[in-house]
Design a protein around this ligand. Sequence first.
Ligand code: 9MR
Length: 369
Amino acid sequence: MKIKTISAIIAIIILPNIHTMAQNTLADATKGKFLFGVAVNMQQVNGVNPKESELIAKEFNAIVAENCMKPQLIHPEENRYEWADADKVVAFGEKNKQVVTGHCLIWHSQIAKWFFVDDSGKDVTPEVLKERMRQHIYTIVGRYKGRIKGWDVVNEAFEDNGTYRNSKFYRILGKDFIKYAFQFAHEADPDAELYYNDYNVETPAKCEAIAELVKELKAAGVRIDAVGSQAHMQMDSPTLDATETSFKKLKAAGVKILITEWDISILPNPYSGANISVNFKYSPEMDPYRVAVPDSVQQKWNKRVLDMFGLFLKYSDVVDRVTVWGLNDAVSWLNNFPIRGRKDYPVLFDRNNQPKSVVDEMIKMAKKI
Ligand code: 9MR
């Protein structure tokens, strides 16, 4: 047989398979169920490691900026906004035909001090703070009007016991700061979806408080589309049951659910939550997988991923998006939280940007349902 004929035959056999392989992504497998997204950092958006940028474009149909849209970075001084990075993230998502989420407008953490004080350093009045919130939200949401599908309007306003976090926003404006934030965001872009986002949403008292907030906002005629459950998980917590109970509760409150910052730490942990001011001292016992993860531990992690992913699929009538907090293990914030300098393995791609074996199982699972 001529070489040309042989290559033609090879092409006929191989090309369709390459095509199928290209379709075989989590984003494809979950289409029609929920969006499958990832948090991106600026190196990835700037193409510093092209492999990572390509992977993000290929595997995910939604993105969120891991950091650059936070109040402190985007609005460091009253009359100064820093748009360069946020603009690039939005353009990157558009180029890749991805849904872009804005994270986050009002957060007690990662916000510059000027927001709460006057020239003499004293706390501002409720009126001034409310007006600053309005300016902040109008300016940011207004800039990306029509280009961002939805905003994490308020982030982490509750403690795990369900009480309001004693933040500056709360101290100066009371719980109404949340209502104002949603109202301003809606005025700035009436078509944008609006979310309340928090960690440990599976904790019953916290979930109850969030469901109550949703009901209050709805009763007051304020738009809220979804609750974002950050879903920073560990090997044993939250349980599948607690997670399902939280889904039921939020569904009953009449909102969609977003899994906004999913990761599962494989390391022993002295703390469960995502309060970034918490940190513990390093010790080798708390960092047991520097060389490799033993197979039994990896299997346990895989099962945990599949159990949770199965639950997301089961609730895909209300779960609108699942976003992983970081592309690969190397860039995950968990290598430095709540203990600095550890080696964690919490997300779906490894340090060589290879999908973990569980990804294939997730794809199969999503396609079956
Ligand atoms: O992953 C983010 C990390 O790079 C930042 O240093 C940190 C502080 O801004 O925030 C991390 O992302 C947090 C997210 O914005 C809100 N929920 C908890 C996340 C993990 O701390």
